[in-house]
Design a protein. Sequence first.
Length: 82
Amino acid sequence: MIAEGFKLMVAGMGTVFIFLALMIIIMVWLEKILKPFSGILEKKQPFVKSAGRVKSVPAKEDKSLITAIVSAVHQYRKDKTK
């Protein structure tokens, strides 16, 4: 009985191993075949030059900026519910 279980285990694991090996081989094969077509659907991104370094905001101005943003969001939500 244990011998039959061992045979069944080997057959099952062998089947899974063969399936996974075949899947990897097919994926590598498809990669090589489809590589020339990889750029067909890609859109070219326009080159945007950065404006330079961003200046850091002092902590005092940072709090007032946060307050302004919070009040703007609050006002927007208040107007949307009407």
